[in-house]
Design a protein around this ligand. Structure first.
Ligand code: PEP
Ligand code: MN
Length: 260
């Protein structure tokens, strides 16, 4: 049985399936609010929305930073949904503590041990994404940097790894979902969006992750994907997200599991 990570009234790792959804980045109050309302209607439990973005190119949109704090707080309060966002630097922790319910550590920071150690001193749950070149063993050691500081509320997130394959952005490692379930106490969350990087493959991979035992998923969704300022090729629109949720419920039912 996994360690249960409590986020408000939710207990991740209790056997039910939890869904975090929202845009890659918060772009405006309207964009975040409309997307959030839509995903809530389809059954999402928590909201995602990047504020500090680590982009491959310094010329790409870097996120609204602290300008998005009020937008996030207003929307999550109005919808009564916990909010997860990425922390990229230990200096952001104290401000973000007032805004997020879960810290996300991105793939590029799985090896940022100073960041992990600082998160270990907080009492806020952490979603630790797998580095795109990170072995499972290295990922588990990274998690220990957080738990060693006293913060045991760590969830792991499989978000795809870099392999020789170039047809998709990353290769989603379904093995890792089953491995983490069988060999560790950490809840495991699937990120099919970054795992494949193209929207048509997100639903089948999400269903496979649920069937393999994932405790939940985090899915990039946008009110208008073609206009998204980051990761637009992998953003589901609200209809596509609704359809994904209906199919996830069927897979869970077949396995005697429930959506939370
Ligand atoms: C994200 O969740 O938007 C993100 C940047 O993910 P990753 O760190 O997995 O690339
Ligand atoms: Mn993204």
């Amino acid at each position: 049985m996994a360690n249960v990570v409590e986020i408000g009234s939710y207990k991740i790792g209790d056997g039910k399936f939890y869904v975090m959804a929202g845009p890659c980045s918060i772009e405006s109050k309207e964009q975040f609010a409309d997307t959030a309302e839509g995903v809530k209607k389809s059954g999402a439990h928590m909201l995602r929305g990047g504020v500090y973005k680590l982009r491959t190119s310094p010329d790409s949109f870097q996120g609204l930073g602290s300008k998005a704090f009020n937008m996030a707080t207003e929307v999550k309060t109005q919808l009564n949904m916990p909010f997860i966002s990425e922390v990229t630097d230990p200096r952001q922790i104290s401000d973000l503590l007032n805004v997020v319910d879960v810290f996300q550590v991105g793939s590029r920071n799985m090896h940022n041990y100073d960041l992990l150690k600082e998160l270990g001193k907080t009492k806020t749950p952490v979603l630790l994404k797998r580095g795109f070149s990170g072995r499972i063993e290295e990922w588990l050691k990274a998690a220990q940097y957080i738990t060693a500081g006293g913060n045991k509320d760590v969830m792991l997130c499989e978000r795809g790894i870099r392999t020789f394959e170039t047809a998709t952005r990353n290769t989603f490692d379904i093995n890792a979902i089953a491995y983490i379930k069988q060999n560790t106490d950490f809840p495991i969350i699937a990120d099919p969006s970054h795992g494949v990087g193209v929207k048509n493959l997100i639903t089948p991979v999400a269903l496979a992750a649920a069937a393999a035992g994932a405790d939940g998923m985090i899915v990039e969704t946008h009110i208008n994907p073609s206009e998204a300022l980051s990761d637009k090729h992998q953003a589901l629109n609200l209809n596509e997200f609704e359809s994904l949720m209906l199919q996830i419920k069927r897979v869970l039912n077949a396995l005697d599991r429930d959506l939370a």
